[in-house]
Ligand binder design. Structure first.
Ligand code: ASP
Length: 339
């Protein structure tokens, strides 16, 4: 009688042992899979149908995203900080007239350009933002400057332009940001027509994880075509368009800003992970594919967690996006049938 009991107990112990071994392996696998560094970018979400996209334009978008990724990779590979990678990567996108940030940003109703940006350090929780600036060439740097060199989190309008220029950030005429394509777009919109160019939101953003394990996030935009009365979207609002916390994740959003503000989207991803024990993917999918869809709100986000996982959900037809990791994996995509 005793023998079978001992055998059963022995068997149970060996199962438990195997279980621990397996868990141990999973954990160490996760650790070894955690990339030394990782970075993701977006160039806006929206209605990018293949019909509106020419082959030539598609190549230009993809190479614009590629150039931005390369910049970020170079910085992180050489041991640079997530914050430096985010800032420099966004500069490349702000300089590219294809994207709705910096040069090539959309026009306001008054046919000027007003730019919004925000920046957050996941290590300290420090953050900076600017709204409605008109003369600073790289709005993302103005946002970082507010974080680094003032006791405030957000500055708006002329004061923000003045603050940034007083610290030596490059100043340009507002016309530097203007492009024919965007002018046509706002004029068509004012005439009550749907613009015949790619109907996309177009904000740019970047999230990064550096070798030290620090996360950072940044977002930069011209906002929405034909905006007026000093309208400000989610992009410069910490917690709505941008959020980073080393305990959870870094997030940058793009989409219909009013909904992203009301739903505090970027922070919600982090909170669902921190307090709701959701994975990065579960958190982002819940917000983008359930919560926002119920409200008819279109857009998407890029997110990167402290273990180097990347998730880039969107509920629009497409989102310009890309990622790189130190383990060699990388990708660039536009439409929803890609990765
Ligand atoms: N979220 C931005 C805004 O509402 C627009 C965009 O993402 O394209 O200003």
């Amino acid at each position: 009688m005793k023998k079978p009991i001992f055998s059963i107990i022995a068997l149970l112990f060996s199962f438990i042992g195997i279980g621990f071994l397996f868990l141990g392996n999973l954990e160490s696998d996760e650790k070894s899979e955690r990339p030394e560094f990782a970075l993701a970018i977006h160039g806006g979400a929206g209605a990018m149908s293949r019909d509106l996209m020419t082959d030539e334009l598609e190549v230009q978008y993809r190479s614009g995203l590629e150039a931005a990724l390369q910049k970020g990779e170079e910085i992180l590979k050489n041991g640079g900080s997530a914050m430096d990678a985010v800032e420099a990567t966004i500069h490349i996108l702000e300089d590219n007239p294809l994207f709705n940030a910096g040069k090539g940003a959309v026009f306001t109703h008054e046919e000027t350009v007003e730019l919004d940006a925000s920046f957050m350090d996941g290590g300290t929780g420090n953050a900076g933002a600017v709204a409605g600036i008109k003369t600073i060439k790289h709005p993302i740097s103005a946002a970082r400057l507010v974080m680094d060199s003032s006791v405030h989190v957000m500055m708006a309008g002329e004061g923000a332009d003045k603050f940034a220029s007083s610290y030596g950030l490059e100043v340009v005429e507002n016309t530097y940001f203007h492009t024919e394509r965007r002018l046509k777009q706002v004029q068509e919109k004012k005439a009550g027509e749907e613009p015949k160019v790619l109907k996309k939101h177009g904000t740019v953003g970047c999230v990064a994880l550096d070798k030290e394990g620090n996360l950072a996030a940044g977002t930069s935009t011209g906002g929405m075509t034909n905006k007026r009365y000093g309208r400000v979207g989610d992009a410069p609002i910490i917690g709505a368009g941008t959020y980073a916390n080393n305990e959870s994740c870094a997030v940058s959003c793009t989409g219909h800003g009013e909904y992203f503000i009301r739903n505090v989207v970027a922070y919600d991803v982090s909170a669902l992970m921190q307090y709701g024990n959701k994975s990065l993917q579960e958190a982002g999918d819940h917000i983008i594919h359930e919560k926002l869809v119920k409200q008819n709100a279109s857009g998407g986000l890029i997110s990167l967690d402290k273990d180097g996982n990347i998730h880039m959900p969107f509920n629009s037809a497409g989102m310009f996006r890309g990622f790189i990791k130190s383990n060699g994996s990388s990708g660039i995509a536009i439409y929803d049938d890609e990765f």
